[in-house]
Design a protein around this ligand. Structure first.
Ligand SMILES: [Zn+2]
Length: 403
């Protein structure tokens, strides 16, 4: 058994922090949490006086086989021995214990996830993943950022024409065990701005959403502008990714759209950091940053649930660390640090369907936690002052010994 004592505990439930908390861990799980615990004499005791403990963090939007670095071989030349190493090590270094991959090579990722779940791959966050990325011929992302890469087209995408049969694709995804459907309902051309690319029709979007729901899969929709968001929300999207893309010119989030979104129950995953890093998109593009902040603030004040996703795995958005930058962006629009931490832990755990075992520091949950040198409630940037990361009761990152 292992016990942390004298910690300031932020447990991820949203409750106010507890001072001088003790956290008892046994067999990889939290056994007991309190201010006056008793435990056997042979228990390992770690005194955390002056430190803060938070649950492991969760990234609601990554691309698991992507890379933030430009010096790595392209996605289609993925080397088997690489085995998602950048994702795994980046996440564990920065206390990210679960990820939601919103588009990737499906078969390779299914095999990898299997290894994570059966324990043959130990050093990895847990994985929730989409099926193939539904998108239009000539559209984003296969024919823009992936430059028509044939491997991406064949193994990571489902290219949707007007007469494409959707049901067999969803049926296969369901049988393979993917967790949700990802659709691009988007027009921005990041490689040849401002010329737009085609997007799938509203009719096809409806079909993808309806059939996914019939098969018990939730649907997450990448949109670039309020008009696309309105269509997606009206048609029953469960999660909206981004809201406003870098370079977008229609940025007016009407009160009607916010009310409609609230009423629909959709979750918004604004991925602010991924937009900030590309803003402005180029010399002829307007900055969208203020519009993004305003839209997120409007959603927050309307009580719309927000996810903490980064789009890690795209250039300049590194795995793991980006979650801390996204949390800082959310705090920057006026969301208090305690709420931001709750969103990135228990909130995201619900979105990934993992809230029965991760997301909070409570008895019975997996013993994932981060020890911070400084208090993140004083400054959200202190979530980066990581000393230790525990995954299922084991140390996976130790910054103290490295110092
Ligand atoms: Zn993405």
């Amino acid at each position: 058994m292992l016990v942390f004592k004298n910690a300031k505990l932020i447990d991820g439930t949203g409750k106010e922090p507890v001072e001088n908390a003790s956290i008892l861990i046994e067999h990889g799980r939290f056994r007991e949490i309190g201010t006056d615990l008793s435990y056997p004499g042979d228990t390992i005791v770690i005194d955390l006086k002056g430190k803060t403990v938070i649950p492991g963090l969760i990234d609601a939007h990554i691309h698991i086989n992507g890379s933030s670095r430009l010096d790595r071989p392209g996605a289609s030349h993925l080397i088997p021995s690489y085995n998602f190493a950048e994702m795994r090590e980046g996440c564990l270094r920065w206390g990210v214990v679960a990820v939601r991959s919103c588009g990737q090579f499906v078969e390779e990722t299914l095999a990898f996830r299997e290894g994570v779940e059966n324990g043959t791959i130990e050093r990895s966050p847990r994985v929730c993943m989409s099926g193939p990325m539904f998108q239009s011929p000539g559209g984003h992302p296969c024919y823009t950022v992936f430059m028509s890469d044939p491997d991406v087209e064949q193994f990571a995408c489902a290219i949707v024409k007007e007469d494409t049969e959707i049901e067999p694709i969803i049926k296969k995804s369901k049988e393979q065990g993917v967790d949700f459907t990802k659709v691009f309902y988007a027009h921005l051309n990041k490689m040849d701005y401002p010329n737009p690319v085609p997007r799938i029709s509203k009719k096809k979007l409806q079909e993808i959403i309806d059939i996914s729901h019939r098969y018990g899969l939730s649907v997450t929709v990448h949109v670039d502008c309020p008009e696309e968001m309105k269509d997606a929300v009206e048609l029953g999207a469960d999660v909206i990714e981004h809201m406003i893309g870098a370079g977008e010119t229609q940025n007016d989030f009407s009160d009607e759209l916010v009310a409609l979104t609230k009423q629909s129950g959709a979750i918004i995953d604004p991925t602010m950091i991924s937009i900030k890093r590309f803003d402005p998109l180029n010399d002829s593009a307007p900055s969208v940053w203020n519009a993004v902040k305003k839209a997120v603030m409007k959603c927050y004040h309307a009580g719309i649930p927000l996810a903490v996703g980064c789009d890690a795995g795209i250039p300049f958005v590194p795995f793991g660390e980006a979650v801390h930058d996204e949390m800082a962006c959310l705090n920057d629009v006026g969301i208090p640090p305690l709420e931001v931490i709750t969103m990135a832990t228990s909130g995201n755990a619900k979105l990934l369907g993992m809230d029965d075992h991760i997301g909070t520091i409570e008895p019975g949950k997996d013993a994932d936690l981060i020890v911070l040198e400084k208090d993140p409630l004083e400054d959200i940037k202190n979530t980066k002052t990581i000393e230790l990361v525990f995954l299922k009761g084991r140390v996976v990152t130790d910054c103290i010994s490295e110092m």
